[in-house]
Design a protein around this ligand. Structure first.
Ligand code: GDP
Length: 175
């Protein structure tokens, strides 16, 4: 063929956000296409990987989940060291989880990898009746932060795949 041999790239993607917003559930939905309704965060299941082919380019996504560490102390910078992309997750039925995201954006800007690709996920969009954060608020915050924005449901598998393909596309475009 005329195509050059394609190297398999590895991309580290980190999930950030309050405890309980659905970080593990998003990773689990993406990697195993399952959902645990009363999911206790599996301690130790903090790392998953998935091979994908995006726009013809093979890529191995290494997905890092905090495994609940954010409950006890602030995350060590090594968590996001070397990350090509970050998913900033809030629960759209919990305003306080949305308000916390600014702290993560500030920390990434100060201490995170240069040029890290960002995406905001407003999770639990299947719980429309409990909505506390309007779409426009979430979208505006994402835009100010230089991030893409999706409303997601790990439960109903809404937009979860799109987060990852969007991030990988943006990372591949930069390299
Ligand atoms: P984490 O602490 O951020 O990793 O959050 P988890 O993934 O452990 O999820 C916390 C709780 O929210 C669990 O009971 C999940 O089953 C639930 N959950 C996660 N994603 C969704 C979602 O999209 N919709 C609904 N309704 N519940 C969700």
């Amino acid at each position: 063929g005329t195509e050059p041999a394609q190297r398999c790239r590895e991309i580290k993607i980190v999930l950030l956000g309050d405890s309980g917003v659905g970080k593990s559930s998003i990773a689990q939905r993406y990697v195993t296409d399952t959902f645990r309704p009363h999911g206790e965060s599996t301690i130790g299941a903090s790392f998953m990987s998935k091979m994908i082919v995006n726009n013809g380019s093979p890529c191995k996504c290494q997905i890092w989940d905090t495994a609940g560490q954010e409950k006890y102390h602030s995350l060590a910078p090594m968590y996001y060291r070397g990350a090509a992309a970050a998913i900033l997750v809030y629960d759209m039925t919990k305003k306080s989880s949305f308000e916390k995201l600014q702290k993560w954006v500030d920390e990434l800007k100060e201490r995170g990898p240069e040029g890290i690709v960002l995406c905001v996920a407003a999770n639990k969009c299947d719980l429309e009746e409990g909505r506390e954060v309007e779409v426009a608020e979430g979208a505006e915050f994402a835009q100010k932060s230089g991030a893409d924005f999706f409303e997601t449901s790990a439960k109903n598998d809404e937009n979860v795949g799109r987060i990852f393909t969007t991030l990988v596309t943006n990372v591949q475009r930069k390299s």
